[in-house]
Design a protein around this ligand. Sequence first.
Ligand code: SF4
Length: 634
Amino acid sequence: MFPYQGYTGKWLHVNLTTGEIEPRELDPALAENYLGGNGFGARLLWERVGPDVDPLSPESLLIFAAGPLVGTLMPNGCRMEVIAKSPLTGIYGDANAGGSFGPELKFAGWDAIVFTGQSPQPVYLAIAGERVELRDADHLWGRTTSQTEATIRQTWGDARVKTATIGPAGENLVRFAGIQTTPQRSAARCGLGAVMGSKRLKAIAARGRGPVRIADPPRFHDLAVDFHRRIRANPVYAPVSTHGTPGIITLMDALGRFPTRNFQLGSFPEVDKIGAESLEARAFVRHLACFGCPVHCDKLHRIPDGPYTGTTLRSVEYETFSSLGSGVWSADLDGILVANRLCDDLGLDTISAGRAISFAMELWEQEIINLDDTGGLALRWGDMALVLRLLGMIARREGFGGLLAEGTRRAAQTIGRGAEEYAMHVKGMEIPAQDGRAQKSMGLAHATSSRGADHLKAFPTIDEAGYPGEARRRYGEEYLPEMANPLATKYKPLLVKDGEDFGAVVDSVGVCKSGGTFVMAELYWPDIAAALEAATGMEMPVERLKRTGERVYNLQRCYNALHGITRADDRLPRRFSEEPSPSGNARGEVIDLEPMLDEYYRLRGWDSATGWPTAEKLRELGLEEAIERLGGRE
Ligand code: SF4
């Protein structure tokens, strides 16, 4: 009997080479030290996927893990975490999705699934509670994610089946292929859809009816009610629930933080055409929410007329309006929505796909590539028909699309001729819709994130547009005014370190960052500690939870160190440090990363020369085994 509630206490081990499916007991020590989700994944990769393992080989592990608060009354306790070595970056990789797949996996009785091997033919894993089997997926191979979900539901005869599926991009091993989960939510980043494709695993389908047991139901209920009430009372609730993440487009544009034209600019002259007001007037149908979420930042949109009449999609995000809009210099609102839907169906990460295309467009502008390189395509800024065509070519690895399917870093290395100068990535991952010149904490966060350029690991939001009240509540009066000033560098290493540790916990327990924890900054360490204690029965003082977040994040860093990552890789493209921003509030700004990195390593207890955790820090976190594995460095 598993000693803690909130967990099912069971995980599935699926060997796709042999077809063997083995239910295993969850080790309580794993839950105590790594919580779940992201923490489980980091631990398993560290133990079992060494530097010699190709992410797309049968030896690679693919882990799906739903944390202990998933499927409970916890507001937005819905996140399904997927973890594997990334084929895009070659280092630690993870991505998570909201919706309802994670809760369904818990209701079916499983905390995690670990896939190894490679199936001889396409299969999908069907989970109906305790009954788990691999089924033939020949008829699904080549189909889009939405076709796959619909076919599985039809075959099963149950519309409530939840799926996680890849599209043609994952099958064709596109290095930024994502995984689409019910209902149209993406575990998009790091190319984990390609890992699934390499294993010839087309989908997972789950249906469950079991409860998620809670250790102290009255206390947990009271906490959940209080969290729901506080989230609804938070001043950020109304704009986020009304407009979703597109609601920040015009604000970010004014700050000079809305990447435009492959980061040449931080503001887009036609931003009004693609802002939330235009989107809502054109295509809004109704509000939607993930499992258990009071925020409902998700929306259903439908194009009412014109060449794309009837195109529907949900969860169009702020990020996509930059990557497939301003980033490629297009204000074609319908085109952006269609491109988003196409990415969802093909199983592509909208961020990396858009950035790869805008990178190619800048190479064309700079005359680094020509018609011979592109197979006759003129890569002109703002050509949305071309963007739509390229997305299909990338997913099918067709012609020039095959080169972009390798990701920006590899494509630049293949092209040569100075192309790397324009490749906007960190550690091989394309940079999302922030600009470190306009928000210094975000620049540092992109540089230090354990999965390459990423806003969601540290997710520094309280200095985004300046929230002094929140900065005061979290850190104290003495950190103001700098902590809330996006252009200040002072105290930002603390903001990033704290965000990374807290984010590691949030991703491990399975709560959404767009809900109460980061965007609203309402729920913080004491709240998650209390919820975890009431849900699981595990003793969880705040200091222990902080140490756990730090442990998970340090283990991810150790994993990357094992793969050769050092301080030299914690860098940003030259554009951010040498080309002053021409836009908005950030006009004239560059980012000076090195002093922030020095302070960040000091706070982390990492060696400032290598950027590796010191032996002292590893001992403090109970990660002694990493000292020897990293070469005994003291
Ligand atoms: S805040 Fe948005 S993304 Fe997060 S759980 Fe709620 S609806 Fe889903």
